[in-house]
Design a protein around this ligand. Structure first.
Ligand code: SF4
Ligand code: SF4
Length: 392
């Protein structure tokens, strides 16, 4: 069995500088994309499509990180891509990264951020303006990937204003590459990204629990074959099977499962604790998945758990056309991740009127997962009554 890098040993390594050796080809990442084939114990790297970026198969989703030491530990342990967004922690996430990354050479890491124009119909200048705020917070001249965030349709992915803004910023060198992220209706978004001939990267939800996984896999292959880089998110499928957090998902197995697909070039699981990062370090050197781990994923049981597939089949059924998948994502943030601030900011971004299900005496929605959608909505909707400053 492969020896894990426990925290004490890891800190010892970093103190002596030996962890630098874990960074295959460390130094100027941008100038040295090729890294020797993996030997036992070495970090596994894949190439992010035509971007040419050589990345460890597991990187860091910074979304919920509020301890800079976690970011430093991730970079010192060989992860090279940091994934943030304009909206994470109301901008504090980018600010934290800006402060700590000043201490590092700009060519020793990659950074991705996102603009989420949800229902705002941003003009080209407004989109660029939001990104400029991100650059200021990050204290950088450029990012490596700028995403149009959280798209769920071909129309949104090919929106003229957003593509114009993204390509203009790429031409100006303020982002090296452009991409699109998607939590629902992923195959349509991925295929639209390929169709555009502009996007360099797609970042879809991808995990063992998605009912449309065969179609997502096919779309991901089409994207990779067309030269796009593919970055998987939401690989842990909500982290728990139950609302009470008594039944955890084997998240290491879940991550390995996603990485069995060679067209997934890297992943950006979010972490909040050192032990989670250690687990991800282990996966970075060994993605082989055992029968026991497969069994842990309960692939045959089709348990509902807390992960909404994002299939959108409920939206037309709902009398109020509520953005049910986004509300379910907020529910997962609250009960799966125990991140109330993120759950609240997700709910706020939806601009829901009053009491979300208040006008309905009975619910029409038949969720493909068997979720009691109205019950979950009423449950999570209470979070909008809590003053935001209690949650930050
Ligand atoms: S109860 Fe809520 S989810 Fe169900 S139909 Fe009414 S508004 Fe939609
Ligand atoms: S709530 Fe159910 S039907 Fe609606 S998107 Fe999620 S999994 Fe699909």
């Amino acid at each position: 069995m492969k020896k894990s890098l426990d925290r004490r040993n890891f800190l010892k390594l970093t103190a002596t500088g030996a962890a630098g050796g874990l960074l295959a080809g460390s130094g100027n990442l941008h100038a040295s994309p090729n890294i020797a084939p993996q030997k036992s114990g070495e970090i596994i790297h894949r190439t992010l499509g035509r971007t040419g970026m050589r990345l460890p198969v597991v990187n860091l989703g910074v979304m919920r990180v509020d301890n800079p030491r976690i970011v430093n530990m991730a970079l010192d342990g060989g992860m090279t891509l940091l994934d943030t967004a304009h909206g994470y922690q109301n901008g504090r996430n980018e600010e934290m990264l800006g402060k700590l990354l000043k201490e590092r050479s700009r060519d020793s890491f990659y950074i991705a951020t996102k603009v989420n124009p949800r229902d705002q119909n941003l003009t080209v200048d407004e989109f660029i303006g939001q990104f400029e705020i991100s650059l200021e917070r990050l204290q950088m001249d450029y990012v490596d990937i700028l995403y149009l965030h959280a798209q769920s349709s071909r129309e949104g992915t090919l929106n003229d204003n957003y593509l114009t803004a993204l390509t203009k910023l790429r031409e100006q060198g303020r982002t090296r590459f452009i991409g699109v992220t998607t939590h629902s209706n992923e195959p349509e978004v991925i295929r639209a990204a390929v169709e555009s001939k502009e996007y360099d990267v797609v970042c879809p939800s991808y995990n063992f629990r998605m009912d449309n996984l065969p179609d997502i896999k096919q779309a991901v292959k089409e994207a990779a074959d067309a030269g796009l880089g593919v970055i998987a998110m939401k690989t842990m499928a909500g982290a728990y099977w139950d609302r009470e957090r008594q039944d955890p998902i084997n998240t290491k197995a879940a991550l390995k499962y996603a990485l069995q697909n060679e067209h997934i070039h890297t992943s950006i699981p979010g972490v909040t604790a050192f032990h989670e990062l250690e687990e991800n370090f282990e996966v970075n050197t060994d993605i082989s998945i055992s029968n026991e781990e497969i069994q842990d994923l309960r692939l045959e049981q089709a348990e509902a758990g807390m992960f909404c597939f994002g299939c959108e089949k409920c939206i037309d059924q709902c009398r109020e056309n509520l953005p049910v998948p986004d509300i379910m994502r907020s529910y997962m943030y609250a009960y799966g991740y125990r991140d109330l601030a993120l759950a609240r900011s997700t709910m706020d971004s939806l601009s829901l009127a009053g009491d979300a299900c208040g006008s309905c005496s009975s619910c029409n929605v038949q969720c493909v997962q068997g979720f009691n959608v109205a019950e979950k909505i009423r449950d999570i909707d209470r979070i909008r009554q809590i003053p935001s400053d209690f949650l930050t």
